[in-house]
Design a protein around this ligand. Structure first.
Ligand SMILES: Nc1nc2c(c(=O)[nH]1)N[C@H]1C(S)=C(S)[C@@H](COP(=O)(O)OP(=O)(O)OC[C@H]3O[C@@H](n4cnc5c(=O)[nH]c(N)nc54)[C@H](O)[C@@H]3O)O[C@H]1N2
Ligand SMILES: Nc1nc2c(c(=O)[nH]1)N[C@H]1C(S)=C(S)[C@@H](COP(=O)(O)OP(=O)(O)OC[C@H]3O[C@@H](n4cnc5c(=O)[nH]c(N)nc54)[C@H](O)[C@@H]3O)O[C@H]1N2
Ligand code: SF4
Ligand SMILES: [Mo]
Length: 716
């Protein structure tokens, strides 16, 4: 035991940035514990941290490039892999045009600073309009709202959870997810602190989640109706003359237009539409507006519905007009050590091109991933023939997975950069596995800019990867070179840690911009000396300095949002028919021991009972004539799945829930550990035609399904 080494690092699995203390013998991990001295996470970790060890040691993890052959997967050298890709992709581009090659970037890309700093090279080399990422099944509406209101898609307000006294949480379950677009290791403790200081936590969610369970108030809401609730809350704020933008006043445009927009949505009219009484709506609005320090926060459940873009806009508006914006305890902006706002951004990077088949607009160079399958399947000029995926599993993570499954099978050529053969990468001709996890140094470029407290920490690699492995960024660089046929002599000198060092030095705490902070200012060297990380203080009011709109004013009512209000009002007038017989609304859920689709090979995380179940209210179960714990068939417009049902009064009547990221029972998938838990994919039920028409984000929250007992299904 005496020769054990101690390694400190930040866990990069989710957004919470927990500090870890890892004991190891130079190669093998002996224990993973919380780093109690990490000033940001203060000793918090969740059960998923052990997955860093499990993935590191997983014999199923790929270590060498593999190629699909008639005899199955065969290991090949990096040179063979790059040679083949370097010939097939340029050939395809010259035969069918640049847009025939598409790229999909999955979630772990943003948790990897090397990948973040180098993916642009590959994007430039491809020069294709068909760029996709997990953003459009996730947080796209946040970027969209920030772009048009504050002038930059990365200028995203974060709830000042540690100083607020009143927090409304809509469509988020941070106690299970550990927070999103709000990096806050140990959210549950931070929420309890609000309560301890006499404050209030309110959750609005169709399921009584782990977060709702600990909240002071929980209100069920009919899925997909949050836009009406937000309009009604604002209606009350305006009607009761509670608008008080305080010091933001001089920078606000559009208050009058906004007042007009919310006028028709009186609580009495909205109540039955959302399933929350008029008096509760009124109380929610008045208490929020009158609270000294309050913040409204909305996440996945709001972003992934038909009006996700409008929801995120209205949440910002709600915080701004009640004076809970850019002030302590409200929605605030970070001052991260690497300033992401320095990069090029144009508010007009929207709808410069549209997807070929459905005509959905690009945003910041990306098309909505809901169109990927049709762009592959529909013949014609501009059809996607080749695909590169990085760190993603869109067959399980994007709507209508079965259709994408078929589409990927029809590609001329596919390359995946991934550490596993999964439901998506199994379609690739070549898989390139990068070094990962404990073999990689780490700095949170993205999540420090979304953290509830300014903070910086650099984690060196714990162990060196095999000499014959490549990092993600090296793979991007090599692919870019092979595809474009060009490379610069500078390429030999640049690597992630050098770029990070420069970014820190020219950042807000670097010596170039802040002579007095630390003697030498922040750099990789100073960070390496502070193994537990450096606290850079609480969030500071600063909107005046950082607003990126050309006239330095906040746009409360941009035309792009107002233009959609007629659609909303038409929908509102058309009160829904009495819910069609036995039709239920399906929503997703996350579990603290699982992360999207890729933790299911960890025996330690998967132990216990099957979590891929349908949660259903007992009353609905009775109406659907299904029995507790039996397998039921869930049928939607695009597919059907069979899974066990669990009765639960957590569920709002009329709403059912299942987790996403499962469905490993597809052919060719090898997840020996979790065989019993392979589950089924929620996205085999989700219709990819349902998107937020404004942003193109997938609108899977609350799609309609029927739940049938298997016996009855067979009769039909
Ligand atoms: N343990 C764990 N942690 C994770 C992840 C994981 O898979 N597992 N994934 C990570 C990722 S990539 C992300 S983006 C974050 C996401 O973090 P969160 O946004 O906190 O995640 P969810 O648990 O999906 O929360 C969405 C909530 O919205 C509710 N909901 C669904 N439809 C509606 C609706 O129409 N209206 C309202 N008001 N609510 C609705 C759901 O019941 C659910 O409670 O979590 C991250 N952290
Ligand atoms: N119905 C429904 N669908 C959803 C959601 C939902 O709540 N409901 N949530 C959505 C959200 S928020 C997200 S973020 C997406 C996630 O969707 P995706 O990003 O498409 O998929 P993940 O399941 O995160 O898969 C990540 C992949 O990255 C690989 N990987 C891990 N580490 C590395 C690495 O270091 N390098 C490389 N190259 N690969 C690595 C893993 O092996 C895995 O294959 O799913 C979305 N889909
Ligand atoms: S909450 Fe868990 S998965 Fe997320 S960073 Fe912390 S330890 Fe890692
Ligand atoms: Mo996500």
């Amino acid at each position: 035991m005496t020769d054990l080494l101690t390694h400190y690092r930040v866990c990069n699995i989710c957004e919470a940035m927990c500090g870890l203390e890892i004991k190891h013998n130079g190669k093998n991990v002996v224990s993973i514990k919380p780093d109690k001295n990490d000033p940001f996470s203060q000793g918090h970790i969740c059960p998923k941290a052990i997955a860093l060890q499990d993935v590191h040691e997983d014999p199923d993890r790929l270590k060498r490039p593999v190629k699909k052959t008639t005899e199955g997967w065969k290991e090949i050298s990096w040179k063979e892999a790059f040679d083949e890709i370097g010939s097939k992709i340029p050939d395809n581009k010259s035969k069918y045009g640049n847009d025939s090659v598409a790229l999909y970037l999955g979630n772990p890309t943003v948790h990897n600073y090397g990948a973040m700093l180098f993916h642009d090279k590959l994007i430039k080399a491809l020069n294709s309009k068909n760029l996709f990422s997990a953003t459009s099944v996730d947080q796209l509406p946040h970027h969209f709202a920030s772009n048009f209101m504050f002038g930059h898609s990365l200028l995203i307000p974060v709830p000042d959870i540690d100083r607020t006294d009143h927090m409304i949480i809509m469509g988020a379950n941070p106690v299970a997810s550990n927070g999103s677009m709000m990096s806050a290791a140990g959210v549950d403790k931070r929420l309890k602190s609000i309560q301890k200081r006499g404050g209030k936590v309110i959750v609005i969610d169709p399921r009584r989640t782990e977060t709702a369970e600990m909240a002071d108030e929980h209100h069920f809401i009919i899925p997909r109706t949050d836009v009406f609730l937000l309009l009604a809350l604002l209606n009350v704020v305006v009607d009761k003359q509670l608008v008080k933008p305080r010091k933001n006043d001089p920078y606000l445009d559009g208050l009058k237009e906004l007042e007009k927009v919310v006028a028709p949505y009186e609580p009495e009219k909205v109540a039955s539409r959302v399933g929350i009484s008029a008096s509760t709506i009124e109380q929610l609005a008045v208490e929020f507006a009158r609270a000294e320090k309050a913040v409204c926060y909305g996440r996945m459940g709001l972003s992934t519905q038909a009006h996700g873009g409008l929801c995120q806009w209205l949440i910002n508006v709600m915080n701004i007009v009640t004076g809970h914006f850019d002030v302590e305890g409200g929605a605030m902006f970070t001052t991260p050590a690497v300033d992401l706002l320095m990069g090029k951004n144009s508010i007009n990077d929207f709808a410069r091109w549209k997807s070929r088949v459905r005509g959905l607009p690009e945003f910041k160079g990306e098309l909505p991933v809901s169109v990927l399958a049709e762009e592959i399947l529909q013949k014609g000029e501009g059809q996607i023939k080749c695909l590169i995926t990085n760190a993603g599993n869109p067959v399980l993570s994007t709507p209508n997975g079965k259709q994408l499954d078929r589409a990927l099978e029809s590609l001329d050529f596919m390359v995946s950069i991934d550490i596993y053969i999964n439901e998506t990468t199994k379609h690739a001709d070549i898989i390139l596995p990068p070094a990962t996890g404990l073999e990689v140094d780490h700095y949170d470029l993205v999540f420090n800019s979304l953290a509830v407290r300014n903070n910086a920490k650099y984690s060196p690699a714990m162990v060196s990867p095999d000499p014959d492995s490549r990092y993600d960024w090296q793979i991007f660089k090599e692919l870019a070179k092979r595809i474009s046929g060009r490379s610069s002599f500078l390429d030999c000198f640049i690597n992630p840690v050098r770029l990070l060092d420069v970014a820190l030095k020219i950042g807000p705490y670097g010596f170039l911009r802040n002579f007095s902070f630390l003697s030498a200012g922040l750099s990789v060297k100073t960070l390496m000396k502070s193994v537990h990380g450096i606290d850079l203080g609480p969030l500071k009011p600063q909107i005046r300095k950082i607003l990126k709109t050309t006239d330095k004013r906040i746009k409360l009512a941009p035309k792009v949002f107002l233009g959609r209000m007629s659609e909303v009002s038409k929908e509102f007038e058309l009160m829904p028919d009495k819910q069609k017989e036995r039709q239920l609304l399906l929503i997703g859920r996350r579990h603290v021991r699982s992360n999207n689709s890729w933790m299911h090979n960890s025996a330690r995380l998967m132990k216990g009972k099957n979590r891929c179940t349908l949660l259903m209210n007992a009353e609905d179960a009775k109406n659907s004539r299904v029995k507790e714990n039996e397998n039921v068939c869930v049928v939607s417009k695009v597919g059907e799945v069979v899974l066990p049902v669990e009765f639960s009064d957590e569920m709002m009547p009329g709403v059912v829930s299942m987790p996403h990221g499962y469905g490993h029972n597809r052919e060719g998938i090898n997840i020996p550990v979790a065989e019993a838990h392979s589950g089924v994919s929620i996205n085999d039920l989700m219709d990819n035609q349902q998107v937020d028409n404004l942003t193109g984000n997938a609108a899977f929250s609350g799609q309609p399904v029927y739940v049938l007992p298997i016996a009855r299904k067979e009769e039909n």
